[in-house]
Design a protein around this ligand. Structure first.
Ligand code: DSN
Length: 422
């Protein structure tokens, strides 16, 4: 039983409901929302209660600027334990030479890499946002496109897949200082080795952002960027199924630069409660069940993609190799925003997304992005994916039919009720 003391007062368990009923109610409502929707946003997941417990722990009370055994505050004996556990586990999981577990999230982790390896104004190559890249891979509205000079690379117009020959030619003519690989909305396998070789051939650093596919890489379902890539970042909350946060992994020769860029370059005290949860997530990722989970994510994505295509939906690149897919809605006469709203109304959560060579704008693009990490965590398998594909298509075909949408919503609630969690 926890007792919290504030001055002379003692607050009993159930404290959040007593102290802040409005926030307590919002949390309860959000839990119910999560249980009653088919969550298909591919960057989200549902963490275990062990991860939640570590995140909500008293490590949040501690300041620990610095690194294990070299801190700027006293009282670090237990913080060092969890940080070292997280580092060692991440090294084993990925085969990394050096790991920094302190980045607060994916964008700050990527920022630390730019800060460590580039100077403002330096030229680098990253995948265009509309073709699947992330904001921090050089988008004009992100620090990465404001402080540094991005040369975007694109997918091939016919296949909608990466074109390594074109990437090589671009690298040879532009001579960038760094090439960023990885994506947030690319449904196909990425050949990190090919990109590293291109980077090497023009004297550029290679930097892979594996945020979306880290779990698949651990399970050997996607090619790994290790050991050849210079620096690799990943968030810990997507297919990895851990707390919201990120880590940076690199070859030993970059370790000092990366560590200095994170602290004291960009961050102050690490979030020790989140780092404890990262250690827990890595321990979970070493279990055979985690590998089975990743296999099922991919099987589910393939089943969902096949059924959608059988029902006449156009998918970017005509399929998927990983956990996500992009629906190209141009031939259905609706936009990504309209589709997202219609699906929200039937309790299916997705995000609108640009598709390659999109002529529309990011706030109302031509596509939606969906993925299977959450529904797989809930225990759904290929049969449920077929059901979900049918529900999606019915909703997209009936965006102005309130009666049909109500019927679809009831079916969605029935499906969710068969796969409870928390
Ligand atoms: N914003 C994340 C996503 O949804 O893919 C990437 O950081």
């Amino acid at each position: 039983m926890f007792h919290f003391y504030y001055g002379v007062g003692r607050i009993q368990p159930n404290n959040l409901k007593h102290i802040d009923p409005a926030v307590a109610q919002a949390i309860e409502n959000e839990k119910n929302r999560q249980m009653n929707v088919i969550e298909l946003i591919p960057s989200e997941n549902l963490v275990s209660t062990a991860v939640l417990e570590a995140m909500g722990s008293i490590f949040t009370n501690k300041y620990s600027e610095g690194y294990p055994h070299k801190r700027y505050y006293g009282g670090q004996e237990f913080v060092d334990v969890v940080e070292e556990l997280a580092i060692e586990r991440a090294k084993r999981l990925f085969g990394a030479e050096h790991v920094n577990i302190q980045p607060y999230s994916g964008s700050p982790a990527n920022m630390a890499v730019y800060f460590a390896l580039l100077n403002p104004g330096d030229k680098f190559m990253g995948m265009s946002l509309a073709h699947g890249g992330h904001l921090t891979h050089g988008s004009a509205v992100s620090f990465s496109g404001i402080l540094y000079r991005q040369i975007p690379y694109c997918v091939d117009k016919e296949t909608e897949m990466m074109d390594y020959g074109a990437l090589k030619k671009l690298a040879e003519s532009e001579r960038p200082k760094m090439i960023v690989s990885g994506a947030s909305a690319y449904p196909r396998e990425i050949d990190f080795k090919a990109i590293d070789e291109i980077a090497d051939s023009v004297g550029a650093y290679s930097f892979a952002d594996i945020a979306h596919i880290a779990g698949l890489i651990i399970a050997n379902l996607h090619k790994s960027p290790f050991p050849f890539t210079d620096v690799v970042t990943t968030t810990t909350h997507k297919t990895l199924r851990g707390p919201r946060g990120a880590i940076i992994m690199c070859k030993q020769e970059f370790a000092e630069k990366i560590d200095k860029a994170v602290f004291p370059g960009l961050q102050g005290g690490p979030h020790d409660h989140i780092n404890a949860a990262k250690a827990v997530c890595f321990a979970e990722a070493m279990k055979p069940e985690f590998i089975e989970y990743q296999k099922q994510i991919v099987k589910n994505a393939k089943a969902l993609a096949s059924e959608l295509m059988a029902l006449g939906v156009k998918l970017v690149s005509n399929g998927t190799d990983n956990h996500l897919m992009l629906l190209d809605l141009r031939n259905r006469g609706i936009t990504g925003k309209q589709a997202e709203t219609a699906l929200d109304e039937v309790n299916i959560t997705v995000n609108k997304n640009m598709i390659p060579f999109d002529e529309r704008k990011p706030y109302d693009p031509s596509g939606i992005r969906i993925g299977t990490p959450v529904v797989t965590t809930r225990g759904m398998k290929e049969n449920e994916m077929k059901e979900i594909a049918k529900l999606i298509v019915r909703a997209l075909d009936n965006i102005n039919n309130a009666h049909e949408k109500q019927k679809i919503k009831e079916e969605v609630l029935g499906l969710c009720g068969r796969f409870p969690f928390y």
